[in-house]
Design a protein around this ligand. Structure first.
Ligand code: NAD
Length: 489
């Protein structure tokens, strides 16, 4: 396993006295590796390498750039198991989920490989005679990518693949909590024949390496995914120096359950959305807003299935839910559970660490009922296996509650009523809407991201993800053969 940074096609250990201990959250005595922490000097080194490589990469035909991603997809497919096991060992999600994440990243690589053949602009009619007008998309130059820990493979892929196929060179900083999976992505790109300097990875802390990236004038864009605490500051700093910025941040996603809903389907979807990946997804289901006629029957189903979840180390194939990522995250989640209790919500199940799992950051699947819209557990992102159930007697009231939070990532509704579905789609304030399915999920070809405090800047994945990493150029070609004085333009 590589345990350093990767710059200009070379692995090396930054000359830093500080070391990052990469620990298995399911068993803190299992140290996966130690990574020497990079510094601002390593960011400069990576930018220099990327700048030098850009001259050649921007001139490489886009289909050819796409082929490197295609080879990376093939290599990753061959290495699925190895990548998934590393991911589970350092992030904690169970193996089945880790495999799913790796496969999703592969689909994203395949999608953007194909985009190399479709790097198109538009031709448009000109107002003037004998003039040909069109647009074309060109790369920005060197761009910075900063990613969180909860999707250590998929998010670095969905940021780097569009950047690279568009003809940019990349400086990438993974989360300090998951450098080993990030190193495997760098290995895959290296094996795929990525020219040195096109993809550079600097493993370091947010305040040191992240800040250096945000302030580096050479980085023409910053693509960030992470918390609102970091992202909102980062947005201002990077925008102030004129960089293009996209920030995808927190979520507080709800499922609305109407009186005519299929309760078995709703319960299954809510269960997966709330407790899958230990609730550590930006799209996790954190709130249920149920009609009083069905709330009790739904809650009974949810509590019964939550109690059956097998919690334990994700490397054990029989387990269904892994730990929180860190001691700090564990304490945050437990803090919210206390806040829910103190605010008067009814704790129906969970709320503690399973006794037999003291070696990791485990929390039982937890459900609160009788939650009010002004409680913190209803409004704030928890990022753990905690579900809050509230009641609403009409679609209007449910929408008010769903929309009454600062975030706007995803919301789902369960109903058979087409009128309710259409009203919901129109009035819910989120970037992604689901009908009769969980709040989670995304696909390579579909734009991903949120509104309000969740997201600023362009959506990720899909064609929109590619657009973020390009500059649009508008071209006017006059073939009249006459001198023009441009009076109308
Ligand atoms: P975080 O904000 O703590 O860290 C994210 C990244 O920013 C890390 O690489 C970190 O090192 C870096 N960073 C920290 N301080 C920095 C600074 N001052 N300057 C530059 N970079 C800095 O977030 P996290 O805990 O890793 O991730 C969890 C959060 O990510 C949750 O809020 C979750 O909702 C969000 N998330 C959002 C999406 C989405 O698409 N909306 C997807 C996944 C995760």
């Amino acid at each position: 396993m590589h345990t350093g940074s990767y710059v200009n096609g070379t692995w090396y250990h930054p000359a830093s006295p500080e070391v990052l201990r990469n620990v298995n959250p399911a068993d803190t005595s299992d140290v996966i590796a130690e990574f020497p922490l990079a510094t601002a000097a390593d960011v400069t080194r990576a930018i220099e390498a990327a700048t030098a490589a850009w001259a050649g990469w921007r001139k490489t035909p886009a289909p050819e750039r796409g082929r490197v991603l295609w080879r990376a997809a093939d290599i990753a497919r061959r290495r699925v198991d190895e990548i998934a096991r590393t991911l589970t060992r350092e992030e904690g999600k169970v193996l089945k989920e880790a495999r799913g994440e790796v496969l999703k990243g592969i689909a994203v690589l395949e999608f953007y490989a194909g985009e190399g053949f479709r790097m198109h602009g538009k031709t448009l009619p000109a107002e003037s005679h004998d003039t040909f007008t069109y647009t074309l998309r060109q790369p920005l130059g060197v761009v910075g990518l900063i990613s969180p820990w909860n999707f250590p493979w998929a998010i670095p892929v969905w940021k780097s693949a569009p950047a690279i196929v568009a003809g940019n060179c990349v400086v990438f900083k993974p989360s300090e909590l998951v450098p080993a999976t990030a190193a495997l992505l760098a290995e895959v790109y290296e094996e795929a024949g990525m020219p040195p300097g096109v993809f550079n990875m600097v493993v370091g802390s947010g305040p040191e390496v992240g800040e250096a990236m945000v302030h580096a004038p050479e980085l023409r864009a910053i693509s960030f995914t992470g918390s609102n605490r970091v992202g909102q500051e980062l947005y201002v700093k990077a925008a102030r120096r004129g960089a293009k910025v996209t920030c995808e941040m927190g979520g507080k996603n709800a499922v609305i359950v109407m009186p005519d809903a299929d309760l078995d389907k709703a319960a299954t979807a809510i269960h997966g959305g709330a407790f899958g990946s230990t609730g550590q997804r930006c799209t996790a289901t954190s709130r249920v807003i149920a009609h009083p006629d069905v709330r009790q029957a739904l809650v009974d189903r949810l509590v019964a299935s939550a109690r059956q979840i097998k919690v334990g180390p994700g490397l054990d194939e029989t387990m269904e839910m892994g730990p929180s990522i860190s001691d700090r995250q564990w304490s945050t989640v437990m803090g919210y559970i206390d806040a829910g209790r103190q605010a008067g919500a009814r704790l129906l199940t969970g709320g503690t660490r399973p006794e037999h799992l003291a070696q990791g950051h485990f929390i039982e699947p937890t459900i609160f009922d009788g939650v009010d819209p002004d409680m913190r557990i209803f409004k704030e992102e928890i990022f753990g296996p905690v579900l809050s159930v509230a009641s609403a007697s009409s679609l209007d009231e449910a929408l008010r509650m769903a929309n009454g939070v600062e975030y706007g990532l995803t919301t789902s509704i369960f109903t058979q009523d087409i009128n309710a579905v259409m009203r919901f789609i129109e009035d819910v304030e989120v970037g992604m809407v689901h009908v009769n399915e969980p709040t989670v999920g995304g696909e390579a070809q579909l734009p991903f991201g949120g509104t309000k405090s969740t997201g600023v800047g362009e959506r990720e994945m899909a064609e929109e993800g590619l657009h973020f990493f390009t500059e649009l150029k508008t071209v006017f070609i006059n073939y009249s053969g006459k001198a023009e004085r441009s009076l109308t333009r």
